[in-house]
Design a binder for this molecule. Structure first.
Ligand code: GLY
Ligand code: MN
Ligand code: MN
Length: 468
């Protein structure tokens, strides 16, 4: 946790500078999520916005900020004797509250009365979009609306205020992200060392899990660790690695204050790229380098996405997979057969930072229209970059058999795609290379320690523990 002053200052900024309106801001902390009964829960994960303003990593809390009085209240139950018997001694809620700069603590039942009073007085109650059913049900009771009709109750001014504030990371937040990336780097080294024929995806995930647990960390999202890298978010690990496979690992760790890392590396199993693999690897790395060099304040990220797409397309034209003019092919969206996702996203307390508030609020300026072209439609971040933004840069190139089949049958973009040549790459898998960057006043920098990605370096790392 940061010092109390950090949380006080964040709440004060919301009240004084980002002020969504008058009234109350109600932030719902997360509850425990039971596997089958309440005392057997999934690992607890606190809501990102609650963590940002109230800092406490403890279930069943509510935070209230009175925009007119400038005062904050924490609502929660003190641990009962039963809780202490089963879970051990816990700090008093009042002590927890003091650690985040809050003096007033009340039981959850008092929240009902406070919200009811505000509604009677006609004061706005600002809430964020609920993304868990338990929040929908709680808001149903508090706001007196059916849980199926909460969309109109959500406060757009609050969403916009929170996004403005959370988008710009302070130096202590950046330091947390760098800590997450140190652990992320260790996890990637651990995976790369195990990229040898006969190893299984499952044991590599197990080794990374063990390492992060030992460090007191966790994954910031369910990792991809697969020789089937063409499945973009592949969360199954059934394969045994074979010589000639490419192992794609997309994994990130969390920091002590729950900030995320998010990095992707691809390693040739056994240490050697085939010429075909090397050509696609070079294409993706060159697209990523072009994008990284373009990251700077005021540049719209959608333009950097298109720049990466054009760079990739130029390589694919050289390889005979595409044809025609690269800029025309990208404008038409033909490259999305190979690169069907966005170049990156915001990252912070959430790996896809703040996306529960709505991707478009987070990723697009009010005067931008989010594109709906296939491929571009999943670009979650398109807005002009500002100093303090932390973003990912993660181009990829994939050979996805069902997508290729459908486009070929439709003869989609056949002016730009050489489907005969594409057939030679079926079974290739996919390559993505991802790093996390901080936008600075005069440019940008890659965050965290160097995680090798030059083709010679990743090849050398494959199975390096065996050589040691
Ligand atoms: N790890 C998910 C992503 O890169 O967006
Ligand atoms: Mn990732
Ligand atoms: Mn990412």
């Amino acid at each position: 946790m940061f010092a109390p002053a950090t949380y006080r200052s964040r709440r004060r900024t919301l009240v004084e500078h980002e002020r969504p309106d008058s009234g109350l801001v109600l932030l719902l902390g997360n509850r425990r999520s039971p596997r089958n009964y309440v005392d057997n829960p999934h690992p607890f994960r606190q809501d990102g916005t609650f963590l940002y303003y109230f800092g406490l990593d403890r279930p069943d809390l509510y935070g209230l900020i009175d925009l007119d009085a400038g005062a904050s209240t924490l609502y929660g139950e003190e641990a009962t004797l039963d809780d202490v018997v089963w879970e051990g001694e816990q700090t008093a809620l009042r002590e927890d509250a003091a650690a985040v700069g809050i003096d007033t603590v009340d039981p959850p039942s008092a929240l009902d009365a406070r919200i009811a009073q505000a509604r009677q007085q006609g004061r706005p109650v600002h809430v964020l979009p609920p993304y868990r059913d338990e929040h929908r049900l709680r808001l149903e009771t508090l706001l007196g609306r059916p849980h199926t009709q909460l969309d109109d109750a959500v406060s757009e001014p609050l969403i916009r205020a929170v996004v403005r504030q959370r988008s710009v990371k302070s130096s202590e937040e950046v330091a947390e992200i760098e800590t997450a990336l140190e652990r992320t780097a260790q996890a990637h080294a651990c995976a790369q060392e195990r990229a040898i024929p006969g190893a299984s995806e499952q044991e590599i995930v197990g080794a990374m899990t063990g390492l992060l647990t030992t460090e007191g960390s966790t994954f910031s999202f369910t990792p991809t660790c697969s020789v089937r890298g063409e499945v973009l978010h592949n969360h199954s690990y059934p394969n045994t690695l074979e010589e000639g496979d490419l192992l794609l690992v997309d994994a990130g760790a969390t920091s002590p204050c729950h900030y995320a890392g998010d990095v992707t590396r691809v390693t040739p199993v056994g240490g050697g790229f085939t010429p075909q693999q090397r050509a696609i690897y070079d294409a993706v790395l060159s697209a990523q380098t072009a994008a990284i060099n373009a990251v700077a304040p005021d540049v719209p990220f959608i333009e950097i996405h298109k720049h990466a797409a054009r760079t990739l397309t130029e390589h694919l034209i050289d390889l005979g997979l595409m044809q025609g003019a690269a800029d025309e092919a990208v404008a038409a969206g033909a490259h999305a057969l190979f690169f069907p996702h966005g170049l990156g996203h915001m990252m912070g307390l959430d790996v896809h930072d703040m996306e529960s508030l709505g991707e478009t609020f987070v990723g697009y300026a009010e005067d931008q229209t989010r594109p709906d072209q296939f491929g571009l439609h999943t670009l979650r971040l398109g807005r002009p970059l500002r100093p303090g933004f932390v973003i990912t840069v993660e181009p990829g190139c994939y050979f996805i058999p069902p997508l290729i089949k459908q486009w070929r049958e439709e003869r989609r973009h056949e002016r730009f795609i050489n489907y005969e040549r594409v057939e030679d790459f079926l079974g290739f898998g996919g390559i993505r290379i991802e790093d996390d960057m901080l936008v600075t006043e005069d440019g940008a920098r890659i965050l965290g320690p160097d995680i090798p990605k030059a083709p010679g370096e990743v090849a050398d790392r494959a199975g390096s523990s065996r050589a040691a």
